[in-house]
Design a protein. Structure first.
Length: 156
């Protein structure tokens, strides 16, 4: 089964971007014992980080249905971090996460980034498998995310 996704620039705090980001936050809270993605101990990934000039946020659409989201955040050393990657449950298992990752990497390249980093936690082994299959290599903890156990980067 092949799914067509159109990626559009969006905002993490408005419209469909906010709705998908909220669904992701609810899922993370369920998976990680109530963890608040916007809590004081978590890496920041709000509108300031995931917006212009050095960040971006995308929503992926399947027809008229928003099915995924993800963003890019500038890191202090000039690399970018991929944040808030989320695929709605109804769209999972169809390759949407891979399409989203490719779209975010391409956007990062166009924005001038040469390295992308990301993280994921122990309750998301499917995410780790995706990242490893796309050439991400494990590195040291770069962002002090208290729930992540896998930190990785890829040259773009």
């Amino acid at each position: 089964m092949s799914i067509e996704i159109e990626f559009r620039a969006a905002a993490v705090d408005r419209g469909e971007g906010a709705a998908l980001a909220a669904a992701m936050a609810e899922e993370i809270a369920r998976l990680y014992g109530g963890q608040d993605l916007n809590g004081p101990d978590m890496p920041k990934a709000g509108p300031a980080e995931l917006g212009p000039p050095s960040g971006a946020f995308l929503v992926g659409w399947n027809g008229e249905q928003p099915v995924c989201c993800g963003g890019i955040k500038r890191l202090p050393d000039g690399a970018c971090e991929i944040k808030r990657m989320f695929v709605a449950p109804a769209a999972r298992g169809q390759g949407v996460a891979r399409l989203l990752l490719h779209a975010l990497e391409e956007l990062a390249r166009r924005m001038g980034y040469a390295v992308a980093r990301l993280d994921t936690g122990p309750e998301q082994p499917h995410a780790r498998r995706l990242y490893e299959s796309e050439g991400y290599r494990e590195i040291e903890n770069f962002n002090a995310n208290p729930v992540a156990t896998y930190f990785a980067e890829k040259r773009l």
